[in-house]
Design a protein. Structure first.
Length: 153
């Protein structure tokens, strides 16, 4: 079957499958680095850590929104990061119902080790991909996300 003869649905199916494959490959790439360097961290935990590296001391809901994780998953991830002494919770002085999430020194130090691997991974991912192509993909994925969000409302 040629590209021209494929239906829009078939192309959408292939596109979303490729997204899934890229996501899995990103996880596997970093997990291999973690195993090689004996780092006890999952990709999902790394997402939380990366969020806090950018903005330390935000509440759990903000971390959930940024990482696109549900509340139960976020509680589990933060509990695990706390057990590894990478983050800690503090009561928000402005709203006692909120807990703010902070990196420990160990969590902050981990950025220096992991960030070069993330940079390397994105260099590999972006090989032979132009900024224009990335821009188109971002717009297309944004449109698809919006379509699904509206359909779910």
């Amino acid at each position: 079957m040629t590209k021209a003869s494929r239906s829009k649905q078939e192309m959408t199916t292939e596109f979303t499958r490729e997204i899934t494959k890229v996501n899995l490959a990103l996880k596997q790439y970093l997990q291999a680095k973690f195993r090689l360097h004996d780092i006890d961290l999952t990709f999902e935990m790394l997402q939380v850590m990366a969020c806090l590296w950018k903005q330390d001391g935000i509440n759990q809901q903000e971390v959930s929104n940024i990482t696109v994780k549900d509340k139960a998953s976020m509680t589990y991830l933060i509990d695990n990061l706390t057990a590894r002494k990478l983050v800690y919770r503090l009561e928000d002085e402005k709203d006692r119902r909120n807990k703010l999430i902070f990196l420990t020194e160990k969590g902050k130090d981990m950025e220096q080790q992991i960030q070069p691997w993330i940079t390397e991974m994105y260099a590999v991912v972006n090989k032979n991909v132009t900024a224009d192509q990335l821009g188109v993909c971002i717009r297309v994925l944004g449109n698809m996300s919006e379509n699904l969000r509206k359909a779910a409302d």
